[in-house]
Design a protein. Sequence first.
Length: 640
Amino acid sequence: MNLRSLAGVGSQAQAHSTAAAAAPTAAPFSTTSASSTSTSTACCPPLLTSGSSVGSALAFVPASPSPSTTPSRPSSFSRLPRPSWASAVGGGGGGGGRSFSPRSPILPSKHISVTVGAHQGRAEEPKPDGDGTLAFPLFRDDVAQWWPMRSRPMADNPYKRFPSREMTTEAERVRAAAAYLAYEVPEYVSTNPPWQLSLPHVCVATIASILFGYHLGVVNVPLDYIAYDLGFAGNALAQGSVVSACLIGAFAGCSTSGSVADKYGRKRAFQISSVPMILGSILSALAPSLPIMLLGRLFVGIGLGIAGPVAALYVSEISPTAVRGTYGSLIQVATCVGILGAILVGLPVTSIPGWWRACFWISTIPAALLALGMEYCAESPRWLFKNSKWLEAEHELERLLGNQHSKTAMADLVRGEEREDSGEASWGALLDRKYLKVVAIGAALFGFQQLAGINAVFYFSSVVFKNAGVTSNIAASVSMGVVNLIASCVATFLMDKQGRRNLMIWSFTGMACAMSLQAAAAGLTVLAPYQGVLSLTATLSYVFMFALGAGPVPALLLPELFANRIRAKAMSVTMCVHWVVNFMVGLFFLQLLQQLGASVVYSFFAAVCVSAALFVRKNVMETKGRSLEEIEIMLLSDDA
Protein backbone atom coordinates (compact mmCIF):
# COMPACT_ATOMS: atom_id res chain seq x y z
CA MET A 1 0.00 0.00 0.00
CA ASN A 2 1.42 3.40 -0.87
CA LEU A 3 0.58 7.07 -0.60
CA ARG A 4 -1.85 6.88 -3.48
CA SER A 5 -4.32 5.20 -1.09
CA LEU A 6 -5.11 8.31 0.96
CA ALA A 7 -7.36 10.10 -1.52
CA GLY A 8 -9.59 7.06 -2.12
CA VAL A 9 -9.96 4.77 0.87
CA GLY A 10 -12.92 2.66 -0.25
CA SER A 11 -16.35 2.72 -1.74
CA GLN A 12 -17.97 1.80 1.60
CA ALA A 13 -17.23 5.16 3.25
CA GLN A 14 -20.73 6.56 2.81
CA ALA A 15 -22.33 3.40 4.09
CA HIS A 16 -20.17 3.44 7.20
CA SER A 17 -20.95 7.08 7.88
CA THR A 18 -24.70 6.46 7.52
CA ALA A 19 -24.54 3.45 9.80
CA ALA A 20 -22.64 5.43 12.36
CA ALA A 21 -25.27 8.13 12.44
CA ALA A 22 -27.93 5.53 13.20
CA ALA A 23 -25.95 3.72 15.92
CA PRO A 24 -26.73 5.28 19.34
CA THR A 25 -24.67 2.70 21.18
CA ALA A 26 -21.44 3.59 19.42
CA ALA A 27 -18.45 4.55 21.46
CA PRO A 28 -18.44 8.20 22.62
CA PHE A 29 -16.67 10.78 20.52
CA SER A 30 -15.21 14.08 21.54
CA THR A 31 -16.41 17.11 19.61
CA THR A 32 -14.63 20.21 18.48
CA SER A 33 -15.73 23.20 16.46
CA ALA A 34 -14.16 25.18 13.68
CA SER A 35 -15.97 27.68 11.50
CA SER A 36 -19.27 26.60 13.15
CA THR A 37 -18.86 23.07 11.82
CA SER A 38 -19.29 20.13 14.16
CA THR A 39 -16.63 17.47 13.82
CA SER A 40 -15.82 14.10 15.31
CA THR A 41 -12.46 13.17 16.71
CA ALA A 42 -11.18 9.67 16.21
CA CYS A 43 -8.04 7.69 16.21
CA CYS A 44 -6.53 6.00 13.16
CA PRO A 45 -4.95 2.58 13.75
CA PRO A 46 -1.33 1.73 13.17
CA LEU A 47 -0.12 0.78 9.71
CA LEU A 48 -1.97 -2.23 8.38
CA THR A 49 -0.29 -5.22 6.86
CA SER A 50 -0.22 -5.69 3.12
CA GLY A 51 -3.04 -8.19 3.39
CA SER A 52 -5.49 -5.79 5.06
CA SER A 53 -8.40 -4.65 2.95
CA VAL A 54 -9.28 -1.02 2.47
CA GLY A 55 -12.97 -1.51 3.16
CA SER A 56 -12.39 -3.19 6.51
CA ALA A 57 -10.25 -0.28 7.61
CA LEU A 58 -13.25 2.09 7.83
CA ALA A 59 -14.77 2.03 11.32
CA PHE A 60 -15.54 4.07 14.41
CA VAL A 61 -13.12 3.94 17.31
CA PRO A 62 -13.04 5.64 20.71
CA ALA A 63 -11.72 9.16 20.83
CA SER A 64 -9.17 8.71 23.60
CA PRO A 65 -6.62 5.99 22.92
CA SER A 66 -4.28 4.65 25.53
CA PRO A 67 -1.16 6.81 25.88
CA SER A 68 0.95 3.72 25.36
CA THR A 69 -0.46 3.26 21.88
CA THR A 70 0.21 6.79 20.73
CA PRO A 71 3.42 6.94 18.71
CA SER A 72 6.10 9.21 20.05
CA ARG A 73 8.12 11.67 18.02
CA PRO A 74 11.70 10.54 17.44
CA SER A 75 14.43 12.52 19.11
CA SER A 76 15.80 13.66 15.75
CA PHE A 77 12.67 15.77 15.26
CA SER A 78 12.23 16.82 18.87
CA ARG A 79 13.18 20.40 18.07
CA LEU A 80 10.66 20.74 15.25
CA PRO A 81 7.36 22.16 16.62
CA ARG A 82 4.16 21.00 15.03
CA PRO A 83 2.64 24.01 13.22
CA SER A 84 -0.51 25.36 14.85
CA TRP A 85 -2.13 25.68 11.45
CA ALA A 86 -1.65 21.99 10.67
CA SER A 87 -5.09 20.78 11.70
CA ALA A 88 -7.44 18.38 10.03
CA VAL A 89 -10.52 20.20 11.33
CA GLY A 90 -13.03 20.47 8.54
CA GLY A 91 -13.45 24.22 8.31
CA GLY A 92 -15.16 25.31 5.15
CA GLY A 93 -16.51 21.85 4.54
CA GLY A 94 -20.04 23.09 4.16
CA GLY A 95 -22.92 23.04 6.57
CA GLY A 96 -25.03 20.01 7.10
CA GLY A 97 -22.17 17.61 6.51
CA ARG A 98 -22.16 14.14 8.03
CA SER A 99 -19.25 13.40 10.38
CA PHE A 100 -17.35 10.14 10.29
CA SER A 101 -13.82 8.99 11.02
CA PRO A 102 -12.19 6.76 8.41
CA ARG A 103 -9.32 4.52 9.28
CA SER A 104 -6.66 5.13 6.70
CA PRO A 105 -4.75 1.99 5.67
CA ILE A 106 -1.50 3.93 5.40
CA LEU A 107 -1.42 6.18 8.47
CA PRO A 108 -0.20 5.41 11.99
CA SER A 109 -2.29 6.25 15.07
CA LYS A 110 -3.39 9.86 15.17
CA HIS A 111 -6.39 11.87 16.45
CA ILE A 112 -7.99 13.48 13.44
CA SER A 113 -11.20 15.35 12.83
CA VAL A 114 -12.81 15.00 9.45
CA THR A 115 -16.05 16.45 8.16
CA VAL A 116 -17.52 15.03 5.00
CA GLY A 117 -19.72 17.64 3.37
CA ALA A 118 -22.93 16.89 1.58
CA HIS A 119 -21.51 17.98 -1.77
CA GLN A 120 -22.67 15.91 -4.67
CA GLY A 121 -21.55 16.17 -8.27
CA ARG A 122 -19.36 19.11 -9.25
CA ALA A 123 -16.81 20.31 -6.75
CA GLU A 124 -16.77 23.70 -5.10
CA GLU A 125 -13.78 26.00 -5.14
CA PRO A 126 -11.76 25.95 -1.88
CA LYS A 127 -12.72 28.93 0.26
CA PRO A 128 -10.77 30.79 2.95
CA ASP A 129 -11.98 30.59 6.53
CA GLY A 130 -12.38 33.63 8.69
CA ASP A 131 -8.98 33.14 10.33
CA GLY A 132 -7.12 33.32 7.02
CA THR A 133 -6.62 29.60 6.52
CA LEU A 134 -7.68 27.66 3.47
CA ALA A 135 -9.99 24.67 3.66
CA PHE A 136 -8.80 22.51 0.79
CA PRO A 137 -10.85 19.37 0.07
CA LEU A 138 -9.30 16.08 -0.93
CA PHE A 139 -11.43 14.59 -3.69
CA ARG A 140 -12.36 10.93 -3.42
CA ASP A 141 -13.08 9.58 -6.86
CA ASP A 142 -15.14 6.61 -5.70
CA VAL A 143 -17.36 8.58 -3.32
CA ALA A 144 -18.89 11.89 -4.41
CA GLN A 145 -17.86 13.62 -1.20
CA TRP A 146 -14.99 15.74 0.01
CA TRP A 147 -12.45 15.63 2.79
CA PRO A 148 -11.90 19.26 3.78
CA MET A 149 -8.38 19.74 4.99
CA ARG A 150 -7.20 22.91 6.66
CA SER A 151 -3.78 24.01 5.52
CA ARG A 152 -1.54 26.89 6.47
CA PRO A 153 -2.38 30.57 5.77
CA MET A 154 -3.13 31.38 2.15
CA ALA A 155 -0.11 33.66 1.84
CA ASP A 156 2.15 30.63 2.18
CA ASN A 157 -0.02 27.64 1.37
CA PRO A 158 1.55 24.18 0.88
CA TYR A 159 -1.11 23.46 -1.75
CA LYS A 160 -0.61 26.71 -3.65
CA ARG A 161 0.74 24.88 -6.70
CA PHE A 162 -2.36 22.72 -6.95
CA PRO A 163 -5.08 23.48 -9.53
CA SER A 164 -7.91 25.56 -8.15
CA ARG A 165 -10.43 22.80 -8.90
CA GLU A 166 -10.60 19.18 -7.80
CA MET A 167 -7.41 17.25 -7.17
CA THR A 168 -8.24 14.34 -9.41
CA THR A 169 -4.81 13.44 -10.77
CA GLU A 170 -2.82 10.73 -9.05
CA ALA A 171 0.22 12.99 -8.70
CA GLU A 172 -1.80 15.57 -6.76
CA ARG A 173 -3.15 12.91 -4.44
CA VAL A 174 0.37 11.66 -3.77
CA ARG A 175 1.48 15.21 -2.91
CA ALA A 176 -1.54 15.79 -0.67
CA ALA A 177 -1.05 12.47 1.09
CA ALA A 178 2.58 13.33 1.79
CA ALA A 179 1.53 16.71 3.19
CA TYR A 180 -1.04 15.04 5.40
CA LEU A 181 1.50 12.54 6.67
CA ALA A 182 3.96 15.37 7.30
CA TYR A 183 1.70 17.58 9.41
CA GLU A 184 -1.23 15.53 10.66
CA VAL A 185 0.58 12.38 11.78
CA PRO A 186 3.40 12.29 14.36
CA GLU A 187 6.62 11.02 12.86
CA TYR A 188 6.97 7.39 13.74
CA VAL A 189 10.22 5.57 14.33
CA SER A 190 11.09 3.00 11.70
CA THR A 191 14.12 0.97 10.80
CA ASN A 192 16.71 2.36 8.42
CA PRO A 193 16.01 1.77 4.73
CA PRO A 194 17.95 -1.07 3.13
CA TRP A 195 21.20 0.27 1.74
CA GLN A 196 21.37 -2.37 -0.99
CA LEU A 197 18.63 -0.72 -3.07
CA SER A 198 20.48 2.55 -3.64
CA LEU A 199 24.03 1.16 -3.86
CA PRO A 200 23.91 0.24 -7.60
CA HIS A 201 22.78 3.77 -8.46
CA VAL A 202 25.62 5.24 -6.39
CA CYS A 203 28.16 2.96 -8.07
CA VAL A 204 27.10 4.14 -11.52
CA ALA A 205 27.40 7.78 -10.41
CA THR A 206 30.94 7.21 -9.10
CA ILE A 207 32.06 6.39 -12.64
CA ALA A 208 32.12 10.17 -13.09
CA SER A 209 34.60 10.43 -10.21
CA ILE A 210 36.76 7.66 -11.69
CA LEU A 211 36.90 9.65 -14.93
CA PHE A 212 37.73 12.77 -12.92
CA GLY A 213 40.77 11.12 -11.35
CA TYR A 214 41.78 9.36 -14.55
CA HIS A 215 41.86 12.49 -16.70
CA LEU A 216 43.76 14.42 -14.02
CA GLY A 217 46.50 11.78 -14.03
CA VAL A 218 46.45 10.43 -17.57
CA VAL A 219 49.13 12.82 -18.88
CA ASN A 220 51.49 12.61 -15.90
CA VAL A 221 53.45 9.53 -16.99
CA PRO A 222 53.38 9.90 -20.81
CA LEU A 223 53.69 13.71 -20.99
CA ASP A 224 57.29 13.62 -22.28
CA TYR A 225 56.33 11.11 -24.97
CA ILE A 226 53.33 13.22 -26.00
CA ALA A 227 55.57 16.26 -26.31
CA TYR A 228 58.10 14.35 -28.42
CA ASP A 229 55.49 12.92 -30.82
CA LEU A 230 53.65 16.22 -31.26
CA GLY A 231 56.77 18.35 -31.63
CA PHE A 232 56.92 20.47 -28.47
CA ALA A 233 59.56 18.55 -26.51
CA GLY A 234 61.52 20.81 -24.18
CA ASN A 235 58.84 23.53 -24.22
CA ALA A 236 57.81 23.79 -20.57
CA LEU A 237 55.01 26.26 -21.34
CA ALA A 238 53.44 23.94 -23.93
CA GLN A 239 53.70 20.95 -21.61
CA GLY A 240 52.09 22.93 -18.82
CA SER A 241 49.27 24.01 -21.14
CA VAL A 242 48.35 20.36 -21.79
CA VAL A 243 47.67 20.03 -18.06
CA SER A 244 46.09 23.45 -17.52
CA ALA A 245 43.73 23.17 -20.52
CA CYS A 246 41.79 20.54 -18.62
CA LEU A 247 41.54 22.83 -15.57
CA ILE A 248 40.26 25.73 -17.69
CA GLY A 249 37.64 23.50 -19.28
CA ALA A 250 36.64 22.18 -15.86
CA PHE A 251 36.03 25.72 -14.62
CA ALA A 252 33.86 26.47 -17.67
CA GLY A 253 31.87 23.27 -17.26
CA CYS A 254 31.51 23.75 -13.53
CA SER A 255 30.05 27.23 -13.99
CA THR A 256 27.19 25.73 -16.03
CA SER A 257 26.64 22.50 -14.09
CA GLY A 258 24.11 24.03 -11.71
CA SER A 259 21.86 25.26 -14.51
CA VAL A 260 22.16 21.97 -16.40
CA ALA A 261 21.34 19.88 -13.32
CA ASP A 262 18.36 22.07 -12.41
CA LYS A 263 16.91 22.21 -15.91
CA TYR A 264 17.42 18.67 -17.16
CA GLY A 265 17.78 16.70 -13.92
CA ARG A 266 20.71 14.86 -12.40
CA LYS A 267 20.54 11.83 -14.72
CA ARG A 268 20.51 13.88 -17.90
CA ALA A 269 23.31 16.08 -16.55
CA PHE A 270 25.51 13.00 -16.24
CA GLN A 271 24.68 11.97 -19.79
CA ILE A 272 25.31 15.48 -21.11
CA SER A 273 28.71 15.54 -19.39
CA SER A 274 29.66 12.27 -21.08
CA VAL A 275 29.43 13.84 -24.54
CA PRO A 276 32.35 16.31 -24.21
CA MET A 277 34.39 13.71 -22.30
CA ILE A 278 34.05 11.18 -25.13
CA LEU A 279 34.61 13.80 -27.82
CA GLY A 280 37.64 15.25 -26.03
CA SER A 281 39.19 11.83 -25.49
CA ILE A 282 38.82 10.99 -29.18
CA LEU A 283 40.38 14.31 -30.22
CA SER A 284 43.28 13.77 -27.80
CA ALA A 285 43.85 10.22 -29.04
CA LEU A 286 43.90 11.31 -32.69
CA ALA A 287 45.70 14.63 -32.12
CA PRO A 288 48.31 15.33 -34.84
CA SER A 289 49.46 18.57 -33.23
CA LEU A 290 49.45 20.58 -30.02
CA PRO A 291 46.33 22.72 -30.83
CA ILE A 292 44.16 19.63 -31.37
CA MET A 293 45.50 18.11 -28.16
CA LEU A 294 44.63 21.30 -26.27
CA LEU A 295 41.14 21.34 -27.80
CA GLY A 296 40.59 17.74 -26.74
CA ARG A 297 41.77 18.43 -23.20
CA LEU A 298 39.49 21.48 -23.07
CA PHE A 299 36.45 19.38 -24.01
CA VAL A 300 37.38 16.75 -21.44
CA GLY A 301 37.63 19.45 -18.78
CA ILE A 302 34.16 20.77 -19.64
CA GLY A 303 32.70 17.30 -19.13
CA LEU A 304 34.55 16.86 -15.84
CA GLY A 305 33.38 20.28 -14.66
CA ILE A 306 29.74 19.35 -15.24
CA ALA A 307 29.98 15.84 -13.81
CA GLY A 308 31.93 16.72 -10.64
CA PRO A 309 29.27 18.76 -8.78
CA VAL A 310 26.45 16.60 -10.15
CA ALA A 311 28.06 13.44 -8.73
CA ALA A 312 28.13 14.96 -5.24
CA LEU A 313 24.54 16.19 -5.64
CA TYR A 314 23.19 12.91 -6.93
CA VAL A 315 24.85 10.68 -4.34
CA SER A 316 23.72 12.86 -1.43
CA GLU A 317 20.15 13.09 -2.72
CA ILE A 318 19.56 9.37 -3.34
CA SER A 319 21.43 7.92 -0.34
CA PRO A 320 19.66 6.75 2.84
CA THR A 321 20.52 8.95 5.81
CA ALA A 322 22.28 6.19 7.75
CA VAL A 323 24.84 5.53 4.99
CA ARG A 324 24.95 8.89 3.22
CA GLY A 325 28.41 9.63 4.60
CA THR A 326 29.75 6.26 3.49
CA TYR A 327 28.30 6.64 0.01
CA GLY A 328 29.60 10.20 -0.24
CA SER A 329 33.09 8.99 0.63
CA LEU A 330 32.94 6.62 -2.32
CA ILE A 331 33.34 9.69 -4.55
CA GLN A 332 36.82 10.29 -3.14
CA VAL A 333 37.63 6.57 -3.31
CA ALA A 334 36.60 6.53 -6.97
CA THR A 335 38.77 9.58 -7.67
CA CYS A 336 41.76 7.83 -6.11
CA VAL A 337 41.02 4.71 -8.16
CA GLY A 338 40.97 6.87 -11.29
CA ILE A 339 44.31 8.53 -10.50
CA LEU A 340 45.98 5.22 -9.67
CA GLY A 341 44.44 3.61 -12.74
CA ALA A 342 45.80 6.35 -14.99
CA ILE A 343 49.30 5.78 -13.62
CA LEU A 344 49.12 2.02 -14.14
CA VAL A 345 47.61 2.34 -17.63
CA GLY A 346 50.44 4.68 -18.59
CA LEU A 347 53.26 2.33 -17.57
CA PRO A 348 53.63 0.59 -21.00
CA VAL A 349 54.36 3.97 -22.62
CA THR A 350 58.08 3.41 -22.05
CA SER A 351 58.11 0.24 -24.15
CA ILE A 352 55.23 0.62 -26.63
CA PRO A 353 55.53 3.54 -29.10
CA GLY A 354 52.40 5.68 -29.24
CA TRP A 355 50.85 4.02 -26.20
CA TRP A 356 49.74 7.41 -24.90
CA ARG A 357 47.06 7.44 -27.61
CA ALA A 358 45.67 4.19 -26.23
CA CYS A 359 45.47 5.84 -22.80
CA PHE A 360 42.97 8.35 -24.19
CA TRP A 361 41.03 5.72 -26.14
CA ILE A 362 40.58 3.70 -22.94
CA SER A 363 38.91 6.67 -21.20
CA THR A 364 36.02 6.62 -23.69
CA ILE A 365 34.82 3.28 -22.27
CA PRO A 366 33.85 4.45 -18.75
CA ALA A 367 32.37 7.65 -20.19
CA ALA A 368 30.08 5.59 -22.43
CA LEU A 369 29.21 3.30 -19.51
CA LEU A 370 28.25 6.35 -17.44
CA ALA A 371 25.86 7.61 -20.11
CA LEU A 372 24.35 4.16 -20.65
CA GLY A 373 24.16 3.22 -16.98
CA MET A 374 22.34 6.41 -16.04
CA GLU A 375 19.53 5.41 -18.36
CA TYR A 376 18.67 2.64 -15.88
CA CYS A 377 19.29 4.60 -12.68
CA ALA A 378 16.76 6.48 -10.60
CA GLU A 379 16.34 10.21 -10.98
CA SER A 380 16.88 12.28 -7.86
CA PRO A 381 13.55 12.29 -5.93
CA ARG A 382 14.35 15.71 -4.54
CA TRP A 383 14.79 17.18 -8.01
CA LEU A 384 11.50 15.61 -9.08
CA PHE A 385 9.70 16.91 -5.99
CA LYS A 386 11.12 20.40 -6.47
CA ASN A 387 9.71 20.37 -10.00
CA SER A 388 6.26 19.25 -8.76
CA LYS A 389 6.65 15.74 -10.20
CA TRP A 390 5.28 14.14 -7.06
CA LEU A 391 4.18 10.83 -8.54
CA GLU A 392 7.58 10.27 -10.15
CA ALA A 393 9.30 11.28 -6.90
CA GLU A 394 7.36 8.66 -4.95
CA HIS A 395 8.15 6.02 -7.56
CA GLU A 396 11.89 6.74 -7.39
CA LEU A 397 11.82 6.74 -3.59
CA GLU A 398 10.27 3.29 -3.71
CA ARG A 399 13.13 2.14 -5.96
CA LEU A 400 15.78 3.64 -3.69
CA LEU A 401 14.35 3.08 -0.19
CA GLY A 402 11.60 0.51 -0.52
CA ASN A 403 7.84 1.00 -0.37
CA GLN A 404 7.58 1.35 3.41
CA HIS A 405 10.23 4.05 3.76
CA SER A 406 9.12 6.02 0.70
CA LYS A 407 6.11 7.31 2.67
CA THR A 408 8.12 8.97 5.41
CA ALA A 409 10.64 10.21 2.84
CA MET A 410 7.85 11.97 0.94
CA ALA A 411 6.65 13.52 4.19
CA ASP A 412 10.19 14.74 4.89
CA LEU A 413 10.26 16.42 1.49
CA VAL A 414 7.06 18.29 2.37
CA ARG A 415 8.48 19.44 5.71
CA GLY A 416 11.64 20.70 4.05
CA GLU A 417 9.69 22.50 1.34
CA GLU A 418 7.60 24.41 3.86
CA ARG A 419 10.70 26.18 5.17
CA GLU A 420 11.66 27.70 1.82
CA ASP A 421 10.17 29.27 -1.26
CA SER A 422 8.97 26.97 -3.98
CA GLY A 423 10.29 26.74 -7.51
CA GLU A 424 13.72 26.91 -9.00
CA ALA A 425 16.14 29.43 -7.53
CA SER A 426 17.89 32.02 -9.64
CA TRP A 427 21.61 32.71 -9.36
CA GLY A 428 20.76 35.87 -7.45
CA ALA A 429 19.01 33.79 -4.78
CA LEU A 430 22.45 32.65 -3.58
CA LEU A 431 22.95 36.20 -2.27
CA ASP A 432 19.80 36.01 -0.16
CA ARG A 433 20.53 36.41 3.54
CA LYS A 434 19.22 32.97 4.47
CA TYR A 435 21.47 31.27 1.88
CA LEU A 436 24.52 33.53 1.66
CA LYS A 437 26.19 32.34 4.86
CA VAL A 438 26.10 28.65 4.01
CA VAL A 439 27.28 29.33 0.43
CA ALA A 440 30.18 31.37 1.83
CA ILE A 441 31.05 28.51 4.19
CA GLY A 442 31.06 26.09 1.26
CA ALA A 443 33.33 28.31 -0.82
CA ALA A 444 35.67 28.74 2.16
CA LEU A 445 35.93 24.97 2.69
CA PHE A 446 36.97 24.36 -0.92
CA GLY A 447 39.35 27.31 -0.72
CA PHE A 448 41.00 25.92 2.42
CA GLN A 449 41.18 22.49 0.81
CA GLN A 450 43.26 23.78 -2.10
CA LEU A 451 45.28 26.43 -0.22
CA ALA A 452 46.40 23.71 2.19
CA GLY A 453 48.78 22.61 -0.57
CA ILE A 454 47.63 19.15 -1.60
CA ASN A 455 48.36 19.67 -5.29
CA ALA A 456 51.70 21.26 -4.49
CA VAL A 457 52.60 18.20 -2.42
CA PHE A 458 51.73 15.88 -5.29
CA TYR A 459 53.65 18.05 -7.73
CA PHE A 460 56.75 18.18 -5.51
CA SER A 461 56.57 14.53 -4.43
CA SER A 462 59.14 13.34 -6.99
CA VAL A 463 61.80 15.64 -5.49
CA VAL A 464 60.92 14.50 -1.96
CA PHE A 465 61.23 10.84 -2.96
CA LYS A 466 64.56 11.47 -4.72
CA ASN A 467 65.95 13.07 -1.56
CA ALA A 468 64.87 9.94 0.32
CA GLY A 469 66.69 7.71 -2.18
CA VAL A 470 63.73 6.77 -4.40
CA THR A 471 64.74 7.85 -7.91
CA SER A 472 61.76 6.48 -9.87
CA ASN A 473 59.01 9.00 -10.51
CA ILE A 474 56.58 6.18 -11.20
CA ALA A 475 57.35 4.57 -7.84
CA ALA A 476 56.74 7.89 -6.13
CA SER A 477 53.41 8.43 -7.90
CA VAL A 478 52.22 4.88 -7.20
CA SER A 479 53.18 5.16 -3.51
CA MET A 480 51.25 8.42 -3.15
CA GLY A 481 48.25 6.96 -4.96
CA VAL A 482 48.17 3.84 -2.79
CA VAL A 483 48.34 5.86 0.45
CA ASN A 484 45.61 8.16 -0.85
CA LEU A 485 43.39 5.20 -1.71
CA ILE A 486 43.92 3.43 1.64
CA ALA A 487 43.07 6.56 3.62
CA SER A 488 39.98 7.21 1.48
CA CYS A 489 38.76 3.67 2.20
CA VAL A 490 39.28 4.23 5.93
CA ALA A 491 37.26 7.45 5.67
CA THR A 492 34.26 5.56 4.28
CA PHE A 493 34.01 3.57 7.53
CA LEU A 494 34.47 6.61 9.77
CA MET A 495 32.22 9.11 8.00
CA ASP A 496 28.90 7.94 9.50
CA LYS A 497 30.46 6.99 12.85
CA GLN A 498 32.71 9.92 13.77
CA GLY A 499 30.88 12.56 11.76
CA ARG A 500 31.90 14.98 9.02
CA ARG A 501 32.86 17.86 11.28
CA ASN A 502 35.16 15.80 13.52
CA LEU A 503 36.90 14.18 10.57
CA MET A 504 37.65 17.57 9.02
CA ILE A 505 39.03 18.96 12.27
CA TRP A 506 41.26 15.92 12.79
CA SER A 507 42.29 15.94 9.15
CA PHE A 508 43.34 19.60 9.00
CA THR A 509 45.10 19.27 12.36
CA GLY A 510 47.09 16.25 11.15
CA MET A 511 47.93 18.04 7.90
CA ALA A 512 49.23 21.02 9.89
CA CYS A 513 51.51 18.73 11.90
CA ALA A 514 52.81 17.05 8.73
CA MET A 515 53.50 20.39 7.05
CA SER A 516 55.27 21.66 10.17
CA LEU A 517 57.51 18.59 10.07
CA GLN A 518 58.17 19.22 6.38
CA ALA A 519 59.07 22.85 7.06
CA ALA A 520 61.38 21.85 9.92
CA ALA A 521 63.14 19.24 7.78
CA ALA A 522 63.69 21.81 5.03
CA GLY A 523 64.76 24.71 7.26
CA LEU A 524 66.64 23.36 10.28
CA THR A 525 70.26 22.47 9.64
CA VAL A 526 70.34 20.21 12.68
CA LEU A 527 67.91 17.92 10.87
CA ALA A 528 69.85 17.94 7.59
CA PRO A 529 71.16 14.35 7.98
CA TYR A 530 67.60 13.11 8.31
CA GLN A 531 65.95 15.43 5.81
CA GLY A 532 65.14 12.76 3.23
CA VAL A 533 63.46 10.38 5.65
CA LEU A 534 61.61 13.18 7.49
CA SER A 535 60.34 14.71 4.25
CA LEU A 536 59.13 11.36 2.98
CA THR A 537 57.38 10.63 6.28
CA ALA A 538 55.79 14.08 6.34
CA THR A 539 54.60 13.82 2.73
CA LEU A 540 52.96 10.42 3.14
CA SER A 541 51.42 11.46 6.47
CA TYR A 542 50.05 14.62 4.88
CA VAL A 543 48.44 12.67 2.02
CA PHE A 544 46.93 10.16 4.46
CA MET A 545 45.42 12.86 6.69
CA PHE A 546 44.12 14.78 3.68
CA ALA A 547 42.30 11.74 2.30
CA LEU A 548 40.87 11.03 5.74
CA GLY A 549 38.74 14.19 5.90
CA ALA A 550 39.78 17.34 4.07
CA GLY A 551 39.61 15.56 0.72
CA PRO A 552 36.24 13.74 0.77
CA VAL A 553 34.20 15.73 3.29
CA PRO A 554 33.60 19.08 1.49
CA ALA A 555 32.05 17.43 -1.58
CA LEU A 556 29.86 15.35 0.75
CA LEU A 557 29.02 18.01 3.33
CA LEU A 558 28.04 20.90 1.08
CA PRO A 559 25.12 19.16 -0.70
CA GLU A 560 23.86 18.32 2.79
CA LEU A 561 24.05 21.95 3.93
CA PHE A 562 22.53 23.57 0.84
CA ALA A 563 18.74 23.90 0.62
CA ASN A 564 17.06 21.83 -2.08
CA ARG A 565 16.12 24.75 -4.34
CA ILE A 566 19.68 26.18 -4.42
CA ARG A 567 21.67 22.96 -4.08
CA ALA A 568 22.76 22.57 -7.71
CA LYS A 569 23.69 26.21 -8.28
CA ALA A 570 25.44 26.52 -4.91
CA MET A 571 27.54 23.44 -5.65
CA SER A 572 28.41 24.95 -9.02
CA VAL A 573 29.65 28.18 -7.41
CA THR A 574 31.66 26.48 -4.68
CA MET A 575 33.25 24.04 -7.12
CA CYS A 576 34.26 26.99 -9.30
CA VAL A 577 36.12 28.35 -6.27
CA HIS A 578 37.82 24.96 -6.00
CA TRP A 579 39.04 25.09 -9.61
CA VAL A 580 40.18 28.72 -9.44
CA VAL A 581 42.24 28.19 -6.28
CA ASN A 582 43.59 24.92 -7.69
CA PHE A 583 44.75 26.72 -10.82
CA MET A 584 46.32 29.59 -8.86
CA VAL A 585 48.27 27.26 -6.56
CA GLY A 586 49.62 25.33 -9.54
CA LEU A 587 50.54 28.56 -11.31
CA PHE A 588 52.46 30.26 -8.49
CA PHE A 589 53.78 27.38 -6.38
CA LEU A 590 57.14 26.89 -8.11
CA GLN A 591 57.74 30.64 -8.29
CA LEU A 592 57.08 31.06 -4.57
CA LEU A 593 59.23 28.04 -3.82
CA GLN A 594 62.18 29.61 -5.64
CA GLN A 595 61.78 33.08 -4.12
CA LEU A 596 60.82 32.22 -0.53
CA GLY A 597 62.27 28.76 -0.01
CA ALA A 598 60.67 25.46 0.90
CA SER A 599 60.57 26.14 4.64
CA VAL A 600 58.51 29.34 4.27
CA VAL A 601 56.09 27.81 1.76
CA TYR A 602 55.48 24.73 3.89
CA SER A 603 55.00 26.93 6.96
CA PHE A 604 52.34 28.86 5.05
CA PHE A 605 50.55 25.62 4.21
CA ALA A 606 50.69 24.60 7.88
CA ALA A 607 49.16 27.94 8.92
CA VAL A 608 46.35 27.47 6.39
CA CYS A 609 45.61 24.03 7.84
CA VAL A 610 45.41 25.42 11.38
CA SER A 611 43.09 28.21 10.20
CA ALA A 612 40.91 25.67 8.41
CA ALA A 613 40.56 23.51 11.54
CA LEU A 614 39.51 26.55 13.59
CA PHE A 615 37.09 27.66 10.87
CA VAL A 616 35.42 24.25 10.77
CA ARG A 617 35.16 24.11 14.55
CA LYS A 618 33.40 27.48 14.69
CA ASN A 619 31.20 27.53 11.58
CA VAL A 620 30.37 23.99 10.42
CA MET A 621 27.51 21.99 11.92
CA GLU A 622 27.46 18.21 12.20
CA THR A 623 25.12 16.51 9.70
CA LYS A 624 25.68 12.87 10.64
CA GLY A 625 22.43 10.96 11.10
CA ARG A 626 20.17 13.77 9.90
CA SER A 627 18.08 13.77 6.76
CA LEU A 628 18.66 16.50 4.18
CA GLU A 629 15.29 18.03 5.00
CA GLU A 630 15.99 18.11 8.75
CA ILE A 631 19.34 19.81 8.11
CA GLU A 632 17.62 22.33 5.87
CA ILE A 633 14.94 23.10 8.47
CA MET A 634 17.55 23.60 11.19
CA LEU A 635 19.67 25.95 9.07
CA LEU A 636 16.76 28.04 7.82
CA SER A 637 15.28 28.21 11.33
CA ASP A 638 18.56 29.57 12.65
CA ASP A 639 18.58 32.25 9.94
CA ALA A 640 14.95 33.19 10.38
